[in-house]
Write a protein that binds this ligand. Structure first.
Ligand code: NAP
Length: 326
């Protein structure tokens, strides 16, 4: 059984509670006894929540909507887990930057003491629109005078379990290059939510920019593949994709992107693909121009092997349910 150390109860405004990480933050805040007001957009599907959790309908994209919903209320901490769902440049600037800025403006007026932001470790080497949008908000938060924890996680488990069904279907595991170009220490959604709630409870010890990974060691995509094949007791089989393919396709599109938004967005997605195929999700050591696996902070208990086993079990439950249907 997990022992939870009791801290003073906080009044928390949670934004993005309908998302993958936000849902887990909500559950963890509840488990630790905090008062939760979850702000969701009116047409959003509300997450499962305990009866004590209050839902507030408002549109963070519109400052007037936020002001109408929040002015006169009291919160100790704001936790923002919002992020663009599409990853396009336009949406990232609207959500990761502008909507968060609206939240910060209202939080400042309300006298909120601390702001916990879900960001991403990849902003340390920014090349993509969504990274610049996140960084610009991080800078606004850091300059605001409000206490802050900018949580920059490494990879999420959902980003590395996507190939389980491919392998089950007998298809090869896809790796970029030789499969050793990148490495990561993924963090589970539960451990990340716990870390974010630690920031709520102990803001003094979690002040500033906080890169955070799960338990090590850092593994490459090839090592993830080996682990999965071992767990599935299947003969390893890989397909190697040259990461340069993304660059070639994006350069071919570049001269035409002014013609349509769709082409422009496709070119950005190709750049995103190239980034993740070639950059590690680990702490960047700018002095030595290398990723620092050892120096990437670790938190939590769930290892990548635990997460794979859980994902394989979840997957087989889905398989069984589908087989029962047909
Ligand atoms: N995937 C990875 O490996 C990884 C690693 C490190 C960091 N990250 C970072 O983690 C974040 C993504 O977290 P996640 O997977 O939990 O995201 P998610 O599941 O896509 O959830 C996004 C949340 O933002 C809300 N949202 C999006 N657009 C909105 C808008 N226009 N107005 C109001 N709310 C809006 C969504 O609300 P609705 O339900 O209403 O849409 C949802 O609650 C990103 O910042 C990403 O960069 C990801």
């Amino acid at each position: 059984m997990r022992l939870i150390q009791r801290h003073p109860v906080r009044r928390v405004l949670l934004v993005g509670a309908s998302g993958y990480i936000g849902r887990h933050v909500l559950a963890e805040l509840h488990a630790r006894g905090h008062h939760i007001a979850a702000l969701v957009r009116p047409d959003s599907k509300r997450p499962e929540a305990p009866a004590e959790c209050e839902f507030i309908d408002a549109d963070v994209a519109r400052i007037e909507s936020l002001q109408a919903a929040l002015l006169g209320r009291c919160f100790d901490v704001v936790v923002s887990c919002i992020a663009s769902r599409t990853g396009t440049a336009k949406d990232s600037w609207a959500v990761d930057y502008q909507a968060n800025l609206h939240l910060l403006q209202v939080a400042t007026v309300l006298g909120v003491g601390h702001f916990v932001l879900l960001s991403a470790i990849c902003v340390q080497k920014p090349r993509l629109a969504f990274q610049h949008a996140k960084l610009k908000f991080e800078a606004a938060l850091a300059d605001s005078g409000v206490g802050y924890s900018i949580v920059r996680p490494t990879a999420f488990v959902k980003s590395i379990t996507g190939q389980i069904q491919r392998i089950r279907d007998g298809r090869p595991y896809l790796v970029f290059g030789d499969g050793e170009l990148t490495a990561c220490k993924p963090i589970s959604q539960i451990d990340l939510a716990r870390f974010m709630v630690d920031c709520v409870e102990q803001p003094d010890q979690h002040q500033g920019i906080l890169p955070i990974g799960g338990p090590g060691p850092a593994l490459t995509p090839m090592q993830h593949g080996e682990l999965l094949f071992r767990l599935l007791q299947q003969e390893p089989c890989y397909r190697h994709v040259p990461p340069g393919l993304f660059k070639v396709m994006s350069s071919l599109l570049s001269p035409f992107t002014f013609l349509s938004n769709n082409l422009d967005e496709t070119a950005e997605f190709l750049r995103i693909g190239h980034y993740y195929a070639t950059e590690s999700m680990l702490l960047w050591d700018a002095n030595h121009d290398v990723y620092d696996a050892q120096g990437t902070p670790e938190y939590g208990e769930q290892t990548i092997e635990d997460m794979f086993i859980q994902a394989l079990n979840d997957n087989s439950r889905v398989d069984t349910a589908v087989k029962r249907l047909f």
